[in-house]
Design a protein around this ligand. Structure first.
Ligand code: ATP
Length: 266
């Protein structure tokens, strides 16, 4: 189980590039700082999928980077079972698999070399790589491409290799930042089926997306981040009930129009 409580993160806007990033006037910007997160909380149990929604710039990637310990929050807590992710990032990295927006694969290495390099850093055995790992490759439909250099693979194929790399050390929690953005229907389908499989195997999966149909298909829980705050965090059923006709787009728009936050206590 992963629990996230009251995360806050402020970026300093001292460099030209940072100022440029938030050029559009945003109420979160003041006195040379940008309050990207001011209160994000949610949780996801073993064998659950949580869909993380929010408009552009809401704070989804910032939140997910904190979960993966790529970024430190100013305050708040992230716990995976009994591990405090912020205090013990190395222990947490063993428990979490993270797919970020950029693939971060080495183009001149093959897909297999990329995955195995990462696996060995996490202490994965050769025996596992020669046996159980083959099922992961099969499930992601990358078996035939494993010995090609990553730079020669399509975007969808690279994304699937990145996902294989994120799960090769058997993490308890899988965090995927917009895993299907820019992919074709076939690659998207494979990735959605893979998320479902991870859930069935007991992994807690958190994925951010702008595609409400993906959330409708897979998610047990929904968190909506708006302006750096979790404006809604509850079950899929509670999210559907926000709209009289259980329409996800209308539920989403309803949350964005509300000042009052709805965060379930359990
Ligand atoms: N290093 C930084 N310095 C200043 N501002 C930043 C920095 N990183 C992120 N931000 C700002 O924080 C806000 C939240 O960004 P984030 O990438 O988390 O949004 P997001 O919800 O993932 O958006 P999208 O859906 O467009 O990917 C944005 O306004 C962004 O410009």
């Amino acid at each position: 189980m992963i629990s996230v409580e009251n995360l806050t993160k402020t970026f300093s806007l001292t460099t030209r590039s940072n100022v440029h990033r938030t050029q559009k006037l945003d109420s979160r910007q003041q006195d040379g700082v940008f309050n990207a997160l001011t209160g994000v909380s949610f949780h996801c149990q073993r064998g659950e999928v949580l869909g993380l929604l929010g408009p552009n710039g809401a704070g989804k990637t910032t939140t997910l980077r904190i979960l993966s310990s790529a970024l430190k929050p100013d305050s708040g807590q992230v716990r995976i079972n009994d591990i405090d992710v912020i205090k013990s990032p190395m222990a947490a990295k063993q428990k979490i698999g993270f797919l970020s927006g950029k693939t971060g694969l080495y183009g001149r290495l093959t897909a297999r070399e990329n995955i195995e390099f990462f696996a060995r850093l996490h202490g994965v055995s050769d025996d596992y790589l020669g046996n159980e790992a083959l099922q992961i490759y099969e499930n992601l439909a990358i078996s035939e491409f494993l010995d090609r250099r990553v730079e020669h693979l399509s975007t969808g194929m690279q994304q699937k290799v990145s996902i294989a790399r994120a799960v090769i050390h058997k993490p308890d929690v899988l965090v995927l930042d917009e895993p299907t953005t820019g992919l074709d229907i076939m690659a998207t389908e494979t990735i959605l089926e893979f998320i479902q499989l991870m859930k069935e195997q007991g992994t807690a999966v958190i994925f951010s997306t702008h595609h409400l149909d993906e959330v409708g298909m897979l998610a047990d829980r929904v968190t909506v981040i708006n302006n750096g705050v979790s404006a809604f965090s509850d079950s899929m059923e509670a999210f559907r009930q926000l709209s009289p006709d259980r329409n996800l787009r209308r539920s989403f728009m309803h949350v964005l129009s509300q000042e009052v936050t709805h965060v379930a206590s359990v």
